[in-house]
Design a protein around this ligand. Sequence first.
Ligand SMILES: [Zn+2]
Length: 288
Amino acid sequence: MPRSRVDGWSEPLVLKLIERHGGKRPEHILEAHAERLLRESEQDTLPVDVDLIASVLGIRRRVAPFGFAGRIYAEESGQLVMDLNAEDGEPRRRFTGAHELMHVAFPGFKREARYRADTSPGANPRNREEEYLCDHGAAALLMPRQLVAEGYRTDDGLDAVEALARDAEVSLEAAGNRLVSLSPTPAAFLVLKMTHKPADTPALRRGEDVPERLRMRYGTTSNLDLYVPRFKSARESSALCRAWEGWSTERGLEPLPGGERAGAFRVEAKAYGADENRRVLAIARPAA
Ligand SMILES: [Zn+2]
């Protein structure tokens, strides 16, 4: 009988994937799948042509206002169909397309007529295991490990994130996550927004005036024993808060929100986007 948990993975389909690949780590299985797709479509430069890969695989692609980001499924004839949302911007649609191509790597994909509609490619938490792994594979497809290693360094901070996002035609968040997750040196990539924390909800319901604060949405770390908790607020007058106030790149030597125990980091932070989409992105490296 197959085990019910392997290295913290528990979704039956993920366990089947691990079993089929002789116990390999599922992240590595998805990376290998991405690399195979790149080889088969003969691509070794950025930006990766996702549509070309889909056509090499014989996938029929439809772009229409679907009301969800994307989905992929096999018709009864065996024909694979990928649906992508026409209302999404190009970087998001590219990421969704790459994410859908990763579902094909899972065992029994064609047999199981699963009409799963993806709503949040690129933002799936670890506990949505198959979706999380497809996000991981999508990043590997759009930003191949070797091309990232050759051309971009976390030491160059947000300049490197911007350059990778531009060259790979992905969002700044996707570029920052991938760059830091492949970093050979300790680094963190942080995304913050002006928002309330969940514990503010009762007071807000009572009609009390609770100010929003600049809070962690998520963080990606590499080679660091550091957990960056969601909703932790940035310290006033920190580089993170100063970045929110304007448009310039702000630098500081400071602990990360909720990470005081880990000591000081060299933080480079900058605000991007307008209105609802305004957020602060930061690259941080330990000072010591
Ligand atoms: Zn998915």
